[in-house]
Design a protein around this ligand. Sequence first.
Ligand code: HEC
Length: 156
Amino acid sequence: MVETMTGHMNGRLFITTIGILTLALGCEIGPSSGRGLRLPDGDVAMGKVAFSELGCGGCHSVVGEPGKSPGEGAAPNVRLGGEVSRIHSYGELVTFIVNPSHRITGRYPRDTVAEGDVSKMELGNLNEKMTVAQLIDVVAYLQSKYERRREPMYVP
Ligand code: HEC
């Protein structure tokens, strides 16, 4: 009896696991997935130059770099870099930059970073100005600015 119950439970767990995996993979495949996206390696120093030339600093400060102080001026000051619990993937950073309204950050009050469903970053029309080379280098530059937060050690 106990054995039958355990077997039954495992079966349900198995089906649930398959269900979750199918859902997760479902987002990865299909015509609009990012599967297969791989840009060439960027140059961190050139990325820093591009970041300044494109005016990214007008709305952003980068941890560890001199820049505008928080709250300066009317433009949003969204902090980039620093300690995060999970390093942003390559694909995420590219998406943040070329399609900012896809996922608007929850770190700031909504009305300071977006107008309705549109990120204030998109209103900057960066895609019209940025070259592919600049995008590649800016991603490399930003990736070098994030650091994985070390979880505090648990001392019993
Ligand atoms: C007109 C203001 C503006 C400009 C210019 C701008 N951004 Fe943004 N950016 C924002 C705002 C506002 C957000 C937060 C809302 C969102 O998630 O889209 C943001 C979000 C981001 C994020 C995601 C941050 C996070 O932790 O979720 C990245 C990465 C980023 N910007 C990079 C850049 C880069 C690189 C440039 C220059 C090529 C740039 N931004 C130029 C306003 C701007």
